[in-house]
Design a protein around this ligand. Structure first.
Ligand code: CP
Length: 323
């Protein structure tokens, strides 16, 4: 387990956003409440507040991304920050420059907020442990470990529809084994008091001892999603599978895909989430992804407000925050 304490300063204030593990319910709610105020900003014709004027945010993505990278860029711009998008494939990392040297050089350009996605679990923690105290690091996904802002935008989206977390039954379905998102979601849901969290998938795609995270494990989706309020579908991460862990995609869809027929086993007002990218016909049927119970595109929209909140909070620039 990676130590999450580095994300707090000596006064217990969130300085980096590296993991949802160890966040209290109050800390999660503070982020979600602030995100609500930024959602209002995003609904206005002029979508800007001056909270990060004079700050420079660096998007440093060593893995591909559509949603996370774009919404961080929009969030930073809506906070009036300058934004630098590093094209890693064309950067000096291809000439052997180390991660810390890359950060040090960007730091020499007065950049102070680094949004980083990296294939290695622990990469963001490593950087956070080596930067000066004016620097803030946000983990935008590290290996199979954590994706905290995705989990925060997911619980923000759930809260808008179903605010009583303690009463919710939540199913997380699919490739839990390779999912940094699922781990972060479980920690965030538990911080908010959710007691019934069910993880569902073929045994080969459920992590060993997953129940130790405070969830129940099921390999039968039809039983697992019965009467749930929230279904979170996950993508099959074939790029992270070192061995054949699965039958064909067609068989996977037949066994664990979310179809309109299966969705009827959940509560009639259940909502369906997916962090994206979705693979239609593999883990989710198009009629569900585009259907009335889907909140998948709301998740994307909410990502902007939640990422604005995280950036404002960790830099000490949220309204009403002590200097
Ligand atoms: N959910 C998510 O992380 O999507 P991207 O890979 O497009 O950023």
């Amino acid at each position: 387990m990676i130590d999450g304490d580095v994300q707090f300063d000596a006064n217990g204030r969130l300085r980096h956003c590296l993991t949802t593990e160890g966040l209290s319910g109050d800390q999660v709610r503070e982020i979600l409440d602030l995100a609500e105020s930024f959602a209002d900003v995003n609904d206005k014709s002029i979508k800007k507040v001056p909270l990060l004027r004079g700050h420079t945010v660096v998007n440093l993505f060593f893995e591909t991304s559509t949603r996370t990278r774009s919404t961080f860029e929009l969030a930073a711009k809506r906070l009036s920050a300058d934004v630098l998008n590093i094209d890693v494939a064309r950067s000096a990392t291809t000439k052997g420059e180390s991660l810390l040297d890359t950060i040090a050089n960007l730091r020499a350009m007065q950049c102070e907020l680094f949004v980083m996605r990296h294939p290695d679990s622990g990469a963001a923690h490593y950087v956070a442990g080596h930067v000066d105290e004016a620097v803030h690091v946000i983990n935008a996904g590290d290996g199979q470990h954590a994706h905290p802002t995705q989990a925060l935008l997911d619980v923000f989206t759930i809260r808008r529809h179903k605010p009583a977390f303690a009463d919710l039954s939540v199913a997380i379905v699919g490739d839990l084994r390779h999912s940094r998102v699922a781990r972060s979601q479980i920690h965030a849901l538990r911080a908010l008091g959710t007691r019934d969290i069910r993880v569902i998938g073929p045994r080969t795609l459920l992590p060993a001892a997953v129940e130790s995270l405070g969830v129940t494990a099921h390999d039968d989706i039809d039983r697992g999603i019965a009467d749930v309020d929230v279904i979170i579908m996950l993508r099959l991460q074939r790029e992270r599978m070192e061995h054949a862990l699965l039958p064909s995609e067609r068989e996977y869809f037949a066994g664990w895909g979310l179809t309109p027929e299966r969705l009827r086993r959940a509560r009639p007002d259940a909502i369906v989430l997916h962090p994206g990218p979705t693979n239609r016909g593999v883990e989710i049927h198009s009629a569900v992804a585009d259907g009335p119970q889907s909140v998948i595109l709301e998740q994307v929209t909410n990502g902007i407000a939640v990422r604005m909140a995280v950036m404002a909070l960790i830099t000490g620039n949220a309204p009403g925050q002590p200097a």
